[in-house]
Design a protein around this ligand. Structure first.
Ligand code: SAH
Length: 352
């Protein structure tokens, strides 16, 4: 079924799929039916696609396969969030986190095994970079998490805030965003898909130029280049002003804003002076700031500021009319909070 010559059908975008279907001697519109089966009904084989002609299903079975992910582990937090550990075909693994809220159900997905960016405060990068996820592996996280939820609630929002830097896996991330929006399929609106990036400027520009809709989130984490370069080595290639220039070019619709994420780390980037610098930096950009108090782990040198400092930082921004929330970390008790995802690729690889 999954031999190397056959195509993982969820690696194909809508237009790829149309071409693929036509090449098989069938009608272009049948791609639409296929997408409905794959993404709306969660089909796991071609046989069950009963409204497609038998010879079409047979042809598909010969040249393609339907990949799926099944969680090896599901951990449930006291706050109701769930962390899934997915093993991939080559034995590596990634994690996704499902976060229920009153009016939405958000899935935080991964785009890479490990991460090449080595941000000093983030565990995802501490084991280095292993590989990019394929388009199907990105999309299958959603389908697999949804399968666990069915029929209770539908996943309403996707955030690219799991392991990896989505824009360092540009092609597969862009294809996945496109397929998430396709209707009939997952049919998610661009407003409900948040792409978080550490600021890979050329890829940010490239993705903007595609005209794809998504909510842009940028991990700023510092308000001056020295601090940012210390925390995030990528800043040496794309310094703050370059990142913000690119943000200014991002075409926002009415009422839309860019999200800036700012991990508050005690004694590093949490002073009143940092807050004022941040205010100056963001002047004129329609935005909101998400403050994320640093999530600690035993192997890291940093700590979380106390509540007074966190609140002080938030107030300094609010005083200057910058919308700013302190993001409540979810799933900390199961290591599912921001920066705590790292998969288990080492252990899985070494196990007999
Ligand atoms: N690489 C992308 C996507 C990952 S999102 C990006 O950098 O935006 C993960 C978010 O969690 C980022 O905003 C990151 O700055 C933040 N983060 C990483 N480690 C953290 C930690 N230990 N505590 C709190 N937030 C953290």
């Amino acid at each position: 079924m999954t031999s190397k010559q056959t195509v993982d059908i969820k690696d194909l975008t809508q237009s790829d799929l149309e071409d693929f279907v036509v090449k098989l001697g069938h009608k272009r519109y049948q791609a639409r039916q296929l997408i409905k089966w794959l993404y709306q009904k969660g089909a796991i084989n071609f046989h069950e696609m009963t409204d497609l002609p038998t010879n079409f299903r047979e042809a598909l079975r010969r040249v393609a396969f339907i990949s799926t992910l099944t969680p090896n582990e599901v951990e449930i937090s006291r706050d109701g969030s769930k962390k899934f550990l997915f093993s991939l075909m080559d034995g590596h693994s990634v994690e996704s986190v499902l976060v229920p809220e009153v009016s939405r159900l958000t899935l935080c997905i991964s785009t890479q095994v490990g991460c090449p960016l080595s941000c000093r405060f983030c565990l995802s990068g501490s084991m280095g970079f292993v590989r990019n996820l394929t388009t199907s592996e990105i999309l299958n996280q959603i389908l697999a998490a949804q399968r666990q939820e069915t029929p209770r609630r539908r996943i309403t929002n996707i955030v690219f805030m799991g392991m990896g830097e989505p824009l360092a896996n540009y092609d597969n991330t862009a294809k996945a965003i496109e397929m998430m929006q396709y209707d009939p399929g997952l049919g998610l609106s661009g407003r409900r898909i948040t792409l978080s990036t550490s600021g890979l400027v050329p890829e940010m520009e490239r993705l903007m130029a595609t005209g794809l809709r998504f909510q842009l989130a940028v991990s700023l984490n510092a308000a001056d280049d020295d601090t940012r370069s210390f925390l995030m080595p990528i800043n040496k290639s794309h310094p703050l002003e370059e990142v913000l220039e690119s943000c200014r070019r991002f075409r926002l619709r009415p009422r839309e804003r860019i999200i800036f994420e700012y991990v508050l780390i005690d004694g590093i980037n949490d002073s009143p002076r940092d807050a004022l610098r941040l205010v100056r930096l963001l002047k004129g950009i329609p935005c909101k700031v998400n403050l994320i108090p640093f999530n600690e782990s035993p192997e890291q040198e940093f700590s979380r500021p106390d509540e007074k400092k966190i609140l002080g930082f938030q107030m300094a921004l609010l005083d200057q009319y910058i919308t700013c929330i302190v993001r409540k970390s979810r799933g900390g008790d199961i290591s599912a909070a921001c920066g705590q995802l790292r998969g288990r690729f080492r252990r899985v690889q070494n196990s007999p």
